[in-house]
Design a protein around this ligand. Structure first.
Ligand SMILES: [Cu+2]
Length: 600
């Protein structure tokens, strides 16, 4: 059967999946031929991995119009869209008293690539800071849910999305997009809706640029075949903190969720610790169907698991995962809290060990606090159902709804439970109890739990977690962070303040043998959060501006520090006087090196 069918009018008919795939291709074609392309640096017909976005000056990566904007405040993140395997609490792995019963044949999925994983997923992998080879190696190793991302008003957020394709489903040539749900003033180009913009096709990447002006808790998801891709795991939380200069009336606190510009002049949204929790649902049949090349009727959705940050109780209580240097997710073991008030965490080095069963579900939902601290929970729902999360015995105040500050004049009332619908967010504030102990919070819909296989624990497989209150606890260094975790040790996207790229080179003249000629060879180094994007050279007395068409691109290979060698003249010219050459490099964040001069 041909992929294209024809109507009586002889018009080709595509299904939605094919239409979207074509849309991505068409948009890429337009970029290559339309007026938009002039904003790209296209030398020697090459396409750098990460390009200066349309509308920005390719020489500086910033708006062409002069604007007071602090230097080096571009925060870069890299996500890779691919498939993989995650772990829901099964009786196989956790025993009949802590794990859910098997649902033959859907769960645990017999195709899973390791005994401790059981659910096929599509999702975004955090590949920030990895080089091309390491990113490519992440194909088929995704995480559930997508990484937690955050930014600050006043900063630019550059997010490079790479589509690695699906390891288990090479027949699906789906694109992926990044849709920032609720982002105000979005232009279609960066809105991630494939019908009106572009989708990232397999083997390609695209850098989205955001300049958030409104604090609050948002969410993001893929918008390509959205019901399927979102449900399969392409969903995550993104939140924005106010500009530090806008955080007045902090009192004794160090953090504030909304600034004066957002409506919080009184300093009501202050807090000591913050946690972001994404509510989702898993229909194991749908995940099985995608793994086994079967169609799913998405209108017949029946959840088997209800998740917080891609985990179901009791996994919600486990520590955060961390990444090793290759981007491999590991899970720390929970050693409790030490005498210094820090969590005792031990990294599991072998991801296939049973205790690291959650290495594809790296985000914890356990809330840790010191007695009396003010806690912020950023709650987001990207499932299909309305949920009510109850905090028994606590007095919670909902100060944010859908990334908007709720002023006291809106007749806020304190409560012990919060309702949240699909696509919504709530910023929940409360004071941790004055007595050390464990305080659960959970979904009040008691039918929304799988229950343990032996019927002894009805909370298994649902949205339940705990607030653990300690007399002493070290400060929190990152959102959702445990007190023992350093600021960037976790799997969270690494926020990069780019120091820029440096290039060094030496002139080499070979006068004998078969390889005679004049060469310039050298190395390029980037900071730890970026990688080399391009190198150019030009023969000139004075270096032209970056992005000038006279620059000639040099191919590069391998990972950093990047070595290159370019032949600038053949043998036989040896008697000629030396010429001046200039070299320039650019990294994946769009930061250029200073040009250097070489005489050869
Ligand atoms: Cu997708």
């Amino acid at each position: 059967m041909n992929e294209l069918t024809t109507t009586p009018d002889n018009l080709p008919v595509f299904d939605r999946r094919k239409f979207l795939a074509l849309g991505g291709t068409t948009a890429a074609f337009l970029l290559g031929t339309g007026g938009i392309a002039k904003a790209y640096i296209m030398l020697n017909g090459s396409t750098p991995r990460s390009q200066a976005p349309v509308g920005l000056d390719p020489a500086t990566g910033r708006e062409i119009t002069a604007e007071a904007w602090p230097a080096n405040r571009i925060y870069t993140y890299a996500l890779a869209g691919t498939d993989g395997w995650a772990s829901m609490p099964s009786s196989d792995a956790l025993g009949p008293n802590h794990g859910a019963a098997a649902m033959d044949p859907y769960f645990p999925d017999p195709l899973a690539d390791a005994a401790n994983k059981n659910l096929y997923i599509f999702s975004f992998n955090n590949v920030t800071g990895l080089d091309r080879t390491q990113v490519a190696a992440r194909k088929g190793h995704s995480q559930f849910c997508a990484p937690l991302i955050y930014s600050t008003v006043g900063d630019e957020l550059w997010l490079t999305l790479t589509n690695l394709g699906l390891q288990l489903r090479p027949d699906l040539v789906d694109g992926h997009t990044f849709h920032w749900h609720g982002f105000r003033n979005a232009i279609p180009f960066y809105d991630g809706v494939p019908e009106s913009s572009i989708a990232v096709t397999i083997g390609n990447d695209f850098t989205y640029v955001f300049r958030p002006h409104d604090s609050g808790t948002y969410m993001y998801h893929c918008h390509f075949e959205d019901v399927e891709h979102v449900t399969m795991g392409m969903q995550g939380i993104v939140f924005v903190k106010p500009d530090p200069a806008d955080r007045v009336n902090l009192g004794l606190y160090t953090q504030k969720a909304y600034g004066v510009a957002d409506g919080d002049a009184l300093g009501e949204s202050v807090y000591d610790r913050e946690f972001a929790i994404l509510l989702g649902e898993v229909d194991a049949r749908a995940h099985f169907n995608d793994a086994h090349i079967q169609a799913t009727d998405w209108s017949d959705f029946h959840a088997n698991f209800w998740t917080m940050n891609g985990r179901s109780y009791p996994d919600t209580l486990q520590p955060n995962g961390v990444r090793d240097a290759n981007g491999q997710l590991l899970v720390q073991t929970d050693g409790g809290v030490g005498t210094d008030g820090k969590s005792v965490l031990t990294t599991v080095s072998n991801p296939d060990l049973p205790e690291s069963r959650l290495f594809s579900n790296p985000l914890s939902s356990l809330v840790q606090a010191k007695v009396g601290e003010r806690i912020l929970i950023r709650l987001v729902n990207l499932g299909f159902q309305n949920q009510t999360i109850e905090f028994p015995g606590l007095e919670i105040d909902v100060l944010g709804r859908d990334a908007r500050f709720v002023p006291d004049s809106a007749q806020r009332t304190k409560t012990d439970s919060v309702q949240i619908g699909p696509g919504e967010s709530r910023d929940i504030f409360f004071k941790a109890p004055d007595a050390a102990g464990t305080y659960p919070f959970y979904n009040r819909g008691l039918a929304k739990y799988a229950g343990s296989a032996d019927g002894s624990d009805n909370w298994v497989g649902g949205q339940r977690s705990e607030i653990r209150v300690y007399d002493t606890l070290a400060p929190q260094l990152k959102p959702n962070g445990w007190s023992g975790e350093s600021a960037w040790a976790g799997e969270f996207p690494v926020v990069a303040q780019h120091t820029g790229v440096t290039i060094s080179a030496t002139a080499i003249r070979v006068t004998k043998g078969p390889n005679t000629g004049r060469f310039i060879s050298g190395t390029v180094t980037t900071d730890t959060q970026a990688f080399l994007s391009d190198i150019w050279y030009v023969r000139a007395t004075n270096a032209p501006l970056a992005g000038n068409a006279s620059w000639i691109q040099v191919p590069f290979t391998g990972s950093g520090p990047y070595a290159f060698s370019v032949e600038v003249a053949r043998a036989g010219n040896n008697a000629n006087p030396k010429k001046t050459y200039w070299l320039l490099a650019r990294d994946s964040a769009g930061v250029y090196s200073s040009p250097i001069q070489v005489q050869i």
